[in-house]
Design a protein around this ligand. Structure first.
Ligand SMILES: Cc1cc2nc3c(=O)[nH]c(=O)nc-3n(C[C@H](O)[C@H](O)[C@H](O)COP(=O)(O)O)c2cc1C
Length: 209
């Protein structure tokens, strides 16, 4: 299966070729893939910052344990989860549903009110865990679409979220950086591309009941 072949081809790239840039048309495909990721109730309670500015990438590297992927990859995708849900988040969903599915607002309002009733009362911690989990689904969509296009990626949790939030002006918003993906082209010198994948055996990983 070609999907499995691309999963095998993908690896967490340690050294990117800083000279190669991902084209805008490929970035648009990645955006489309991320936007198609499923989310709880379809609310998409996250935002993705795409960093191509070299100066900002250099600053981010300093607060990412000096990982070279951050400055050398073509684009850095910073997945930011919502830390707070406000009425507007649900109103946007209701409006989009009305426009895209050609339904009257009045037909969807009941569902919107149900969402508001159940979600607006959740506390900060609950919201953060819930939305962060969903960001990882979007990250996985990015990595799989990139692998299918022979674009290299490295998922990155090794960074200081609060410092990212300051550099990326997220402090006054309802978003916080939660996970990062470096996207670009592997360097020929990256030795880790030749490493065999280490995975648990099926017996260790699965149990059929
Ligand atoms: C959520 C997440 C965070 C990760 N953070 C880092 C990171 O900060 N730096 C890094 O070099 N690799 C990071 N990795 C890559 C993993 O180490 C790598 O996926 C794992 O060792 C398996 O290797 P493979 O992806 O090459 O098959 C991360 C992976 C995931 C899924």
């Amino acid at each position: 299966m070609k999907e499995l072949e691309s999963y095998k081809w993908r690896y967490a790239t340690k050294k990117f070729d800083p000279k190669r840039r991902v084209s805008n048309s490929n970035i648009d495909v990645i955006k489309k893939a991320i936007s198609l990721a499923p989310s709880s109730y379809g609310l998409q309670l996250f935002k993705v910052l795409i960093i191509e500015n070299q100066k900002i990438k250099n600053r981010l590297r300093k607060v990412s344990y000096n990982q070279s992927q951050i400055s050398d990859a073509s684009h850095i995708f910073v997945f930011c989860n919502s830390t707070k849900i406000v009425e507007k988040d649900i109103d946007i969903f209701v409006e989009n549903t009305s426009v895209i599915q050609e339904k009257k607002i009045s037909e969807i309002q009941g569902y919107g009110n149900f969402l508001k009733k159940s979600l607006l009362k959740k506390d900060h911690r609950e919201i953060t865990i819930w939305t962060t989990n969903q960001v990882y689904i979007a990250l996985s969509y990015l990595m799989t679409i990139c692998a299918s296009m022979k674009l290299d990626t490295c998922p990155i949790e090794g960074f200081e979220s609060e410092k990212y939030n300051t550099i990326l002006n997220l402090n006054q918003t309802n978003f916080s950086s939660s996970v990062v993906a470096a996207v670009g082209y592997r360097s020929e010198e990256d030795k880790s591309q030749h490493d065999k994948k280490v995975r648990k055996s099926f017996d260790q990983l699965f149990e059929t009941i």
